[in-house]
Write a protein that binds this ligand. Structure first.
Ligand code: ADP
Ligand code: MG
Length: 321
């Protein structure tokens, strides 16, 4: 029901940035090579995502907007096994229940166009379209005033959108992203597949000279990525990105291991630009954290943190200074 969708929406779509995250993840799951994100008024007025992915079959479009009875995963461990970013089948119905959605999609031959407002299908019909999907979400939270009131300033909401798009771009260097807000381009990545290139696109090409590769492993973990050298001045806590088996996560112990290795203790208020990709057996991830929250607990966390801190420290201080 629409009410059930709105309740689910309370969990899945907290703010415009969560809508952007869910829609871009759908585009990534659809094997898109180019994803263009067009935002107005920090997404409160409009969020438009255009991809060149596999599209949705005409017969599946309505189903995509219905909450799936079954989920692809049973617990959080499975989350780190599934290849696709989406797994709950909740995002589209949740978003559509609290906004005005126009979607146009094509698998290459037949195309479909659908208009849903407040969870109600207003129109669905065949449509000419190139392969891929474009979705436009307008008037977010128009029918949930309590949620709307909870929104912060345009500047804050936009910062959250920009932050999540940065993380998704870092996690997918082989996808060309663009992010435009009120006609102004905020981010563009080339999609040429080099993580280093994406870091340059996001944090500035001149920083690239000061960024070095990290790589190490032990019996349980394989880590790789990049970290900036300490002379680099422009960096905030936000410039640290951690992925676990390809999925962007938040984990304070790992964040601290990265900044410890970098030497933040000695350089108060200074943080690196860092991307840390971790590969592990999903069995080592904790199942007790809610999947949508992005936070994750890892068994043998101390061992992993030591590996991370030591690798970063050694790479920066023994090989490069
Ligand atoms: P989930 O991603 O968890 O499966 P969603 O509600 O996000 O659930 O999406 C529902 C379904 O709609 C997806 O499983 C996918 O089949 C389809 N879909 C959504 N967005 C796209 C897209 N951009 N390209 C192709 N298929 C899509
Ligand atoms: Mg999804």
């Amino acid at each position: 029901t629409i009410l059930a969708d709105q309740i689910a929406a309370g969990e899945v779509v907290e703010r415009p940035a969560s809508v952007v995250k869910e829609l871009v993840e759908n585009s990534i799951d659809a094997q898109s090579t180019q994803i263009d994100i067009n935002i107005e008024d920090a997404g409160l007025k409009k969020i438009e995502i255009i991809d060149d992915g596999i599209g949705i079959n005409h017969d599946d479009v309505e189903i995509a907007f219905k909450r799936h009875a079954t989920s692809k995963i049973n617990n959080q461990r499975d989350l780190f096994k599934v290849q696709s970013l989406g797994f709950r089948g909740e995002a589209l119905p949740s978003i559509a229940s609290v906004s005005d959605v126009h979607l146009k999609t094509s698998t290459g031959d037949e195309g479909t166009q659908i208009h849903i407002k407040g969870g109600e299908i207003k129109k669905i019909k065949p449509a000419e379209a190139r392969r891929g999907t474009s979705i436009c979400v307008e008037d977010l939270f128009f029918n949930t005033p309590a949620r709307l009131k909870y929104m912060k300033t345009i500047k804050t909401e936009l910062a959250k959108i920009s932050d999540i798009v940065d993380r998704l771009a870092i996690g997918h260097p082989d996808v060309a992203f663009s992010l435009v807000h009120n006609q102004r381009e905020i981010l563009r990545t080339s999609g040429r597949g080099q993580l280093q290139q994406v870091i340059g696109d996001i944090y500035g090409a001149k920083n690239l000279k000061r960024i070095i590769k990290i790589e190490n492993s032990d019996n349980d973990f394989k880590i790789s990525g990049f970290v900036s050298l300490p002379e680099l001045t422009r960096a905030s806590r936000n410039y640290v990105t951690i992925t676990l088996n390809g999925r962007y996560v938040k984990n304070y112990a790992l964040f601290k291991a990265i900044t410890d290795g970098y030497g933040s203790k000695l350089m108060v208020g200074r943080y690196p630009i860092a991307v840390l990709n971790i590969e592990l057996d999903p069995v080592l991830t904790d199942v007790n954290v809610h999947p949508t929250k992005q936070t994750v607990r890892i068994s043998k966390e101390d061992q992993l943190c030591n590996l991370v801190a030591k690798t970063i420290y050694d790479t920066i201080y023994q090989e490069n200074l």
